[in-house]
Design a protein around this ligand. Structure first.
Ligand SMILES: Cc1cc2nc3c(=O)[nH]c(=O)nc-3n(C[C@H](O)[C@H](O)[C@H](O)COP(=O)(O)O)c2cc1C
Length: 268
């Protein structure tokens, strides 16, 4: 079987292509997993369907067009959003790759009016200091000027959901080192920020795909969030996402995105 671009199918072992399964190849002298590894840890066949080139291009274009229309929103409608959609976005986010598969994230989804009011009050208290008492330096303020953000965060009460993504700096697991021992021990997590950043991106993409809007919000500092949401010591707030529908006639800053040739260097 020849691949349409000319590569022999043997370059793509274990992949399904147009309904045919190519044979495991002898291309690798050090296959993954090694027989020793496979004997020690479970492995399963990759679930993968190879698409034809037209379909690949079409899917890529459609996703790009969809994502080009994503914007950060700061004027939310109070219209309710079913918890099921929030769950779908969180489950999608949680498919993110993570350092050593530690999945070092926890999403806290808040619809309670009382808690949203407390979060707004605490965020505005911090943001007042940022904006009115010059906690942000001049360069930062200048960068924010076109966005016109200020210390008012009414949307935190009006949006139907606030989803706070917490990064888990380490894991707390039951100590089973000896019989009769009780308590928890710390296990290290790896590449926590990178992992949470990828999960956040997938969360935003899932919301946008479902016709919802959000804002990547980082009221600074966010130390009030673990207190208000009663989170354990290993969790630190990463991003606060208000989620919902935009208010009618919402305006967003007229921003241009860098063109492809400014963000990509092609080395062939
Ligand atoms: C890590 C991060 C933190 C952000 N924090 C805030 C914030 O606290 N408040 C805010 O209004 N926008 C915040 N934003 C949103 C950016 O201002 C916004 O993404 C940017 O202006 C581009 O606009 P767009 O998202 O509509 O493309 C943040 C974005 C990122 C990625």
């Amino acid at each position: 079987m020849k691949h349409p671009t000319g590569e022999p199918a043997a370059l793509f072992p274990n992949l399904v292509f147009h309904g045919e399964v190519s044979k495991p190849s002898s291309l690798y002298r050090h296959p993954y997993p090694s027989p020793e590894l496979a004997a020690e840890h479970p492995f399963v066949p990759l679930d993968f369907t190879r698409l034809d080139p037209d379909e690949q291009r079409e899917r890529g274009r459609r996703l790009l067009e969809l994502m080009q229309r994503r914007r950060s929103v700061r004027m939310f409608s109070p219209d309710p959003v079913p918890a099921e959609l929030i769950d779908l976005a969180i489950e999608t986010a949680s498919t993110a790759p993570s350092g050593a598969h530690k999945q070092p994230w926890r999403f806290v989804a808040v619809a309670s009016a009382e808690l949203k009011a407390r979060i707004r009050a605490a965020a505005e208290e911090e943001e007042r200091i940022n904006y009115l008492q010059n906690r942000m330096n001049a360069e930062w303020q200048e960068a924010l000027a076109p966005l016109g953000t200020d210390w008012h965060k009414e949307f935190l009460e009006i949006a139907p959901w606030l989803v706070v993504l917490f990064e888990q700096r380490y894991e707390l697991v039951a100590d089973t080192s000896a019989e009769g021992v009780e308590g928890e021990i710390r296990r290290k997590n790896y590449y926590v920020k990178e992992s949470c950043g990828i999960a956040a991106g997938l969360f935003i993409t899932a919301l946008h795909t479902m016709g919802l809007v959000t804002l990547t919000h980082t009221p600074s500092p966010m130390a009030f969030l673990p207190k208000v949401l009663d989170r354990p010591a290993n969790e630190r707030p990463f991003v606060l996402f208000p989620v919902g529908y935009p208010l009618e006639e919402t305006l967003v800053p007229d921003l241009a995105r860098k063109p492809l040739d400014e963000v990509r260097i092609l080395i062939e």
